[in-house]
Design a protein around this ligand. Structure first.
Ligand code: GRF
Length: 212
């Protein structure tokens, strides 16, 4: 059975979704860069080992990343999942976990990389927004895409209502993507493209606002 290490910085709702999914892998540890991350309590309540590698204790990104990799490697994971992990990782770190480091991002990448994705989507008046699970590459929020979910942006949406609609979908697609990795249903080819084995596809279109 493959081993998974999950990195968090905060609330941990995606961590909870990964736990709820009863994935076909062993969650070996949850690691946080913040000692007060609420998600640590979720891990502890589920008897998952937790580690804290506080970024503030390191002089620069590289030394933090070395310490983080050391903590991760103790658990010898096959897959490392960033679940609301709010630190930018160095190229060396990303290369070390090539093909087994994944992230969930609250937008339909490549649109709205970075922060404040929902506010920016509302500001632009887009009618469809969503979330993306992707392999992590050195280019922030630009790695090979594994799965996306789209949601409509409704007329009266606030940043909060839109965020909640997207988060519901995050909780569906992240466990799915990790499950594919656990079962070796997906891979990264030499061109950096995600290859699926035996995936069904649907031609369903989301139109927003809907047609009359
Ligand atoms: C999620 O919206 C995720 O997409 C983003 O950070 C947020 C983390 O939420 N990277 P949680 O800690 O999983 O509740």
């Amino acid at each position: 059975m493959k081993k998974l290490v999950i990195l968090i910085s905060g609330r941990g709702s995606n961590l909870q979704a990964l736990l709820d999914a009863r994935l076909p892998c062993r969650i070996a540890a949850v690691i946080s860069n913040r000692p007060d991350a609420e998600g640590l309590d979720i891990a502890r309540a589920n008897d998952i080992p937790v580690e804290i590698v506080e970024h503030r204790n390191y002089a620069d990104r590289d030394s933090f990343d070395v310490a983080l990799a050391k903590a991760i490697d103790t658990f010898e994971p096959d897959i490392v999942a960033l679940a609301g992990f709010m630190r930018i990782l160095s190229n060396g770190f990303v290369a070390r976990y090539h093909g087994r480091l994944v992230n969930i991002h609250p937008s339909l990448l490549p649109a709205y990389g970075g922060l404040h994705t929902h506010a920016r989507a509302l500001q632009d008046g887009v009618k469809i927004h969503g979330c993306t699970v992707h392999f992590v590459s050195p280019d922030l929020d630009h790695g090979p895409i594994i799965i996306q979910a789209a949601v409509p942006v409704l007329r009266d949406d606030s940043e909060q209502t839109l965020a909640a609609r997207v988060l519901n979908q995050e909780h569906r697609i992240y466990p799915q993507a990790v499950k594919w990795l656990c079962n070796e249903n997906i891979d990264l080819d030499n061109h950096g493209k995600v290859v699926f084995r035996n995936r069904k596809q649907s031609g369903f279109a989301l139109v927003s606002p809907s047609l009359e």
